[in-house]
Design a protein around this ligand. Structure first.
Ligand code: ZN
Length: 455
């Protein structure tokens, strides 16, 4: 900073001319130089000043603190930080060479330590940083590893501790971007999302989320029509200019057969519960009912227990509701009947497939409700059968399972899927979030360039 200002000053001294026009040019140069170097509080110079305040510029500069400079110099002598990018055909040896690391022990450690060894899998173009002392001994080494698709990026650090090294890893700091894409359906959702126009195909996870967001309104197998269109705003996470993973859809709009569906992801900052909502704050996706029975009590929860018939300890992968025989059983959410029949220990059982990978099972029924058969649609709250004691059961009860990808899970863990309407305070917060998304949709209105990036 200092030398540049001096230089500018000297130039000005040499150039100070007698004509008014030339003076204005010179004064402009001083002003520009001050702007460029973060002006030090000098008032702009009047063009008609008789002598240009060159001295004043110099006086106003802060002198670097001598003590700081000495400390910085000392550090320079002790530590060297290098950054390199991995080149094709690099070995750890060649990489260390370029990084200025001359440390056989460090190489040995990186080759043998379980965690540090992962640095050997760094791909071409990836950055690696090394800090050494003046003799090239390694003080620390760090790089970020990504494990293929969807894998979490982790920053691995090797640090010298006396004569030894320690390796550690932690989640990498990723750069978050928000991307917006818009597509028109010409044949299918997949062909639209695969198409390479407007910034390339959409990630599979985004396509799955589109289906999850709108499947209570749109049947993606039958309802899509040529000319339907959608826009999505979603998060992506980057490292070194490379896409590491795709996050959540923050907002989406789907125009199906002329009807517009809009949805915004909203996570309440207080309750930390998130879900998709329409722009007016109504839960877009209907909640799972809390219970398949209108009036019921849980007689056995999702836990370990002694099996009532075999007498052995085993995990109870469902929730038992005690109820009188014949009590109506309701589907907890919209879906399609995936199974309705006799299923060994489950007795008369109905399995309902919902959106995404969720399904629910209802066992030991005395009988099925009329029209309940594989492939038929059911809506939330619809009666699908009646409590009984068929299969391995000691008395009338409903055995209910909440399944994710076919595996029974504790429904309590999926409470966040049960979206309650927002209350007044939540609604106020939501409206602020929704307004921003609405603005983004307006930016996506059909017109030429459909891909936009925003932060
Ligand atoms: Zn049970």
């Amino acid at each position: 900073m200092n030398p540049i200002h001096k230089f500018t000053g000297n130039r000005l001294l040499q150039l100070v001319p007698k004509t008014r026009k030339a003076r204005i040019v010179s004064a402009g140069a001083v002003f520009l130089s001050m702007c460029a170097f973060g002006a030090v509080g000098v008032a702009p110079i009047a063009p008609d000043a008789s002598d240009l305040p060159v001295k004043q510029v110099a006086q106003d500069l802060e002198l670097p603190n001598l003590a700081d400079q000495i400390v910085a110099l000392q550090q320079d002598e002790q530590q060297f930080i290098h950054e390199e990018r991995v080149r094709p055909g690099d070995s750890l040896g060649s990489l260390f060479n370029r990084l200025g690391v001359n440390d056989a022990d460090a190489q040995k450690f990186v080759r043998s330590d379980k965690l540090a060894k992962r640095l050997l899998s760094l791909k071409t173009g990836k950055r690696i940083q090394a800090e050494t002392d003046e003799n090239g001994l390694l003080l620390s080494l760090r790089a970020t590893i990504t494990d293929g698709k969807g894998g979490d990026a982790r920053t691995i650090t090797v640090t010298r501790q006396g004569e030894k090294f320690v390796a550690a890893d932690m989640p990498a700091k990723l750069e978050r971007r928000v991307e917006m894409r818009s597509r028109e359906i010409t044949s299918s959702l997949y062909s639209a999302t695969d198409s390479n126009v407007d910034g390339g195909s959409l990630p599979d996870s985004v396509v799955n989320q589109i289906i999850e967001m709108f499947s209570t309104n749109i049947d993606f197998r039958g309802d899509l029509k040529r000319g339907d269109r959608f826009s999505v705003v979603y998060e992506t996470f980057w490292l070194d200019g490379e896409l590491v993973k795709t996050g959540r859809i923050l907002a989406g709009e789907f125009i199906n057969r002329g009807v517009r569906y809009q949805s915004v992801w909203y996570e309440d900052p207080v309750t930390k519960q998130g879900g998709y909502y329409t722009l007016d704050g109504k839960a877009l996706k209907k909640a799972f009912l809390k219970s398949p029975l209108e009036f019921s009590r849980i007689s056995s929860g999702f836990s370990m227990r002694v099996h009532p018939i075999s007498g052995k300890w085993k995990a109870h992968k469902g929730v038992d509701y005690a109820a009188a025989s014949g009590t109506p059983i309701r589907a907890v959410a919209d879906g399609v009947i995936d199974f309705a029949g006799n299923s060994g220990g489950y007795g008369n059982q109905v399995v309902v497939k919902h959106w995404s990978s969720y399904s629910t099972a209802y066992a030991h029924m005395s009988r099925f409700a009329p029209g309940v058969r594989k492939g038929s649609k059911v809506s939330q709250g619809q009666v699908i059968g009646y409590v009984g004691s068929t299969g391995w059961s000691t008395g009338p009860h409903l055995h209910y399972e909440f399944r994710v990808a076919g595996q029974a899970q504790n429904p309590e863990k999926f409470k966040s899927l049960a979206q309650q309407p927002l209350n007044q305070a939540e609604l106020a917060r939501f409206r602020m979030a929704a307004a921003e998304m609405n603005h983004r949709f307006s930016l996506l209105a059909p017109s030429g360039g459909n891909t936009m990036m925003a932060r």
